[in-house]
Design a protein around this ligand. Structure first.
Ligand code: PEP
Ligand code: MN
Length: 468
């Protein structure tokens, strides 16, 4: 086995992050109970397989090269309760439907990653909050504590519960996809009755008509009988925040790109074994935990998975290159996805600087640029409800597309908080939701998500950008 693991320094181990300062540390009150849970996690089998991770890496390499587009979406905070058939199916269907629109618009293959099957840990701006005049620990995600006020104490048994809910969710995703949930010849519900603006409605109807015509044509000529059209890949992702959990599911496993292959002397030989974080295919470092010399970056530099880094107004340009050099010293194409989230008012000033820093360096064309138009656009209503305006979300995405075009870089994807349900959490969109509508069906336990109609509308808008 190669001494050098994943291109990192030899000193890396799955627990070397423990020697570093760390943000967002949950204060486990009972270390024995924590150790017991971690031991159990260590024993359990991987949730995802290195072969799947390697396949996603190949797809992301294509995205970095401008040959494919990445659609990533799901809940802000996934709850254990979302591990049920209806919620899982509606998210798969929405991601599929959005990707059909994007394929039609961008004329590129779409790579799909759900914020699903493990998005259970949430960073918080404050460890405590005031509810009904009483100070209580903040909800840090189902893997750490519960949302109900009598479940706010940190409970290490939740780590094992998270594993089982993640595995059950992914099991059903795999089963549903293998059984044809994504078959293109199934009729999809393109209902556009909610779109109030007649011009917009005509435009969307035209897109849907073109799409359904193509699908019907493929069906008529039998071209939809191939595996490629019958099924889609859906990979999983979450923020790699709770390092105790990620460490326990990190395993030294055979590198599928090495097994059974003969290498020419000139081609660099990949290591025989690599450390894979088997909790998900793709993991990202959040905006609050990307300090270069801290625990999260230390952990991430040793895993072979493709990884994301949230980049925002608080990211110094110099840090970007340092992060890339630390996390991807071998300059693997598509290994790193930079998930930019500045806010509609700031993207114009900040994104060009970040693009230039990366594209003028040795990492030119090496990263996937992805736009998260959600997290820089969160605001509170006068009555204190957390929301986002659809128009701000759309504006940031539109500006991001424009800036990449001007800079000669490629916007390779979008990262969205969405749900397949008819929630009322973000303002605006073609249904024109206003502040009074928010209380109708506000069910998020963390950030406000796009509902199915708003999410689909965003896909239409991106498709439109590419076709014009
Ligand atoms: C998130 O993606 O839910 C999140 C917390 O984002 P960020 O780290 O960008 O604030
Ligand atoms: Mn969020």
């Amino acid at each position: 086995m190669s001494e050098k693991v994943n291109g990192g320094s030899p000193a890396w181990t799955p627990n070397s992050w423990r020697t570093k300062p760390r943000k967002q540390t949950p204060d486990y009150p009972n270390q024995d109970a924590l150790a017991k849970s971690l031991k159990e996690l260590n024993r359990l089998p991987p949730i995802v397989h290195p072969r799947e991770i390697a396949r996603l890496k190949e797809h992301l390499r294509d995205v970095a090269r401008g040959e494919a587009f990445l659609l990533q979406g799901g809940d802000c905070a996934e709850l254990f309760d979302y591990c049920e058939q209806g919620a899982i199916e509606s998210k798969i269907k929405l991601l599929l439907q959005m990707s059909l629109v994007l394929i039609w618009g961008a004329d590129k293959r779409i790579v799909r990653i759900g914020r699903m099957a493990g998005q259970y840990a949430k960073p918080r701006s404050s460890p405590m909050e005031v509810v009904d005049g009483k100070e209580v620990p903040s909800f840090k995600g189902d893997i750490i504590n519960g949302f109900a006020l009598d479940e706010r104490d940190i409970d290490p048994q939740r780590l094992v519960k998270a594993y089982h809910h993640s595995a059950a969710t992914l099991n059903y995703i795999r089963a549903a996809i293998a059984s044809g949930i994504a078959d293109l010849h199934r009729p999809l519900d393109w209902e556009l009755g909610h779109v109030r603006d007649p011009a917009l409605k005509a435009k969307y109807s035209e897109t849907v008509k073109s799409l359904t015509d193509v699908i019907r044509f493929l069906h008529t000529v039998g071209a939809d009988k191939t595996d490629k059209l019958d099924t889609v890949d859906l990979f999983t992702s979450h923020e790699g925040l709770l390092l105790e959990y990620e460490e326990s599911l990190t395993r030294l496993l055979d590198n599928p790109n090495h097994v059974g292959k003969t290498f020419s002397k000139s081609a660099p030989q990949e290591p025989v074994k690599q450390y894979y974080d088997t909790s998900a295919h793709f993991l990202w470092i959040g905006d609050r935990t990307r300090q270069i010399d801290h625990a999260h970056v230390e952990f991430f530099r040793g895993i072979a998975n493709p990884i994301g880094i949230k980049v925002g107004p608080s990211t110094p340009t110099e840090d970007l290159l340092q992060l890339l050099r630390t996390l991807n010293p071998d300059r693997e194409e598509g290994k790193i996805t930079l998930i930019t989230r500045y806010g509609a008012g700031k993207v114009g000033e900040l994104l060009p600087k970040h693009i230039r820093a990366v594209e003028d360096s040795e990492y030119k064309r090496c990263v996937v640029w992805q736009c998260d138009p959600m997290h820089g656009n969160t605001q509170s209503t006068t009555s204190g409800i957390k929301t986002r305006k659809f128009s701000d979300i759309f504006q940031e995405l539109k500006e991001t597309l424009r800036i990449h075009k001007e800079e000669g870089s490629y916007l390779g994807g979008v990262h969205l908080e969405l749900t397949g349900d008819a929630v009322t959490e973000c303002l605006g969109g073609s249904e024109n939701l206003d502040e009074d509508d928010l209380s109708t069906n506000y069910t998020s336990f963390c950030d406000p998500r796009l509902n199915e109609k708003q999410a689909l509308e965003l896909a239409f808008l991106v498709a439109d950008h590419y076709r014009c």
